[in-house]
Design a protein around this ligand. Structure first.
Ligand code: G3P
Length: 217
């Protein structure tokens, strides 16, 4: 499973990238707002750092507006993925932009039928939002399993990019189901390294080591 980082925080991306953990980056208007940076400036900086796809989101509501914004965002770098919402106009924009050979990430997906339409429209990535479904007491991971089955039934090439990930458990579930990509905030990716038994074990080893009076360096 590929790891995308869901942030526009350049320093946080750089830290994970140094460990080889970053296969791509996703941003959205809320994350750009949080960064306090200019969208083109910060996205360019990220694209220069990351070889893989970097999603930048359109904000127009009509297809023509999304297409124009998408083409403008694509000028930033070759690895830009244009993000459009899963609306009828978003699907129209997806078809036009993918026909031009551009990568498109269809976002704000909350149902298997929406994911099926995005695949038919040629989406490069579909972004189902698991955390926001969990918020409604609907298991977001059930949706990932449904989309996986539908895409596999018909050999769709659209990659399932699990979004709105809130926990390390979401990462594990996405990988077990066979999602192609998971995009998560840096803190969630880092939290995957945590285990209380690791901390306890390390503490015991260090206490015993101190009793030996030895040094390695
Ligand atoms: O990838 C989409 C993500 O940024 C939304 O996350 O936690 O606001 O639902 P969240």
């Amino acid at each position: 499973m590929k790891f995308f980082v869901d942030t526009a925080d350049v320093a946080a991306i750089a830290e994970l990238n140094a460990l080889g953990m970053v296969d791509g980056v996703t941003t959205n208007p809320s994350l750009i707002m949080k960064s306090g940076r200019d969208i083109k400036e910060v996205t360019k900086e990220i694209c220069e750092m990351i070889y893989g796809p970097v999603s930048a989101e359109t904000v127009a509501l009509d297809a023509d507006g999304m297409i124009a914004e998408g083409r403008e965002l694509a000028k930033i770098a070759d690895n830009i993925t244009i993000k459009v919402p899963l609306t009828w106009d978003g699907l129209k924009a997806c078809k036009v932009l993918t026909d031009e050979g551009r990568m498109v990430n269809v976002t704000l997906c909350f149902s298997a039928n929406q994911a099926l339409l995005a695949a038919k429209a040629g989406a490069t990535f579909i972004s189902p939002f698991v955390g926001r479904l969990d918020d409604l007491n609907i298991d977001g991971m059930d949706l990932i399993a449904e989309i996986r089955q539908i895409y596999d039934n018909y050999g769709f090439g659209t990659e399932i990019l699990v979004a709105s990930i809130r926990s390390a458990n979401h990462m594990k579930e996405a990988a077990l189901i066979g999602a192609d990509v998971a995009t998560a905030p840096p803190a969630v990716i880092k939290s995957m390294a945590n285990h209380v038994m690791t901390d306890k074990g390390l503490d015991a080893f260090l206490k015993d080591w101190a009793k030996t009076g030895q040094k390695i360096l």
